[in-house]
Design a binder for this molecule. Structure first.
Ligand code: ADP
Length: 158
């Protein structure tokens, strides 16, 4: 069985993340979305809220699992038996950062591959921060955040 892990902050999940999850769910038998957190880093949504938000917009994907961890992705991948790490690349700025992580992970464990999904063009500018900035100023986030969770995310900034 092919199992991939998609790690990230997902603070909150955006249409860009969801697109990667959907595409990866067709490539692998199982896609494990891992909310990675650092207790010292301030996030907008709690871990519980982020899990709930992801669950709500991935109800129609049956080979998905959602987990959380505060350690190294590579150790988590090994622990759950995933031999692929999925990441998304939006633009050249992502490339440098992602290449550094992927190369480091390769040194830490040569049996786990990082596979990149190119962002769909309509989401290539989109990040959780951009969506939050719009919500914070009362803008319409419906093109950026999955429709199922739009109200909850908007509410957070009221
Ligand atoms: P991290 O803090 O680990 O970068 P994010 O939640 O911001 O966590 O992103 C997780 C992964 O999803 C990263 O590989 C990032 O490049 C990718 N990603 C984020 N937004 C998009 C998008 N709009 N389209 C495609 N990939 C994306």
């Amino acid at each position: 069985m092919s199992k991939a892990i998609y790690p990230g902050s997902f603070d909150p999940i955006t249409n860009g993340h969801l697109d990667i999850i959907k595409r990866a769910s067709k490539v692998f038998d199982k896609i494990v979305v891992a909310i990675m957190y650092n207790p010292n880093k301030k996030m907008t949504f709690s871990i519980e809220e982020r899990i709930e938000l992801i669950k709500e917009c991935t109800k129609d994907i049956d080979n998905i699992e959602i987990i959380t961890d505060d350690g190294l992705t590579i150790n988590l991948a090994k622990k759950i038996g995933a031999n692929v790490i999925v990441r998304g690349i939006r633009a050249v700025v992502d490339y440098e950062y992602e290449l550094q992580i992927a190369t480091t992970n390769m040194v830490l464990d040569k049996n786990i591959e990082t596979l990149f999904f190119a962002a769909r063009s309509e989401y290539s500018f989109l990040s959780s921060s951009v969506a939050k900035e719009i919500a914070m100023h009362g803008g319409d986030i419906s093109k950026f955040i999955p429709i199922e969770i739009k109200d909850k995310v908007t509410q957070k900034f009221k």
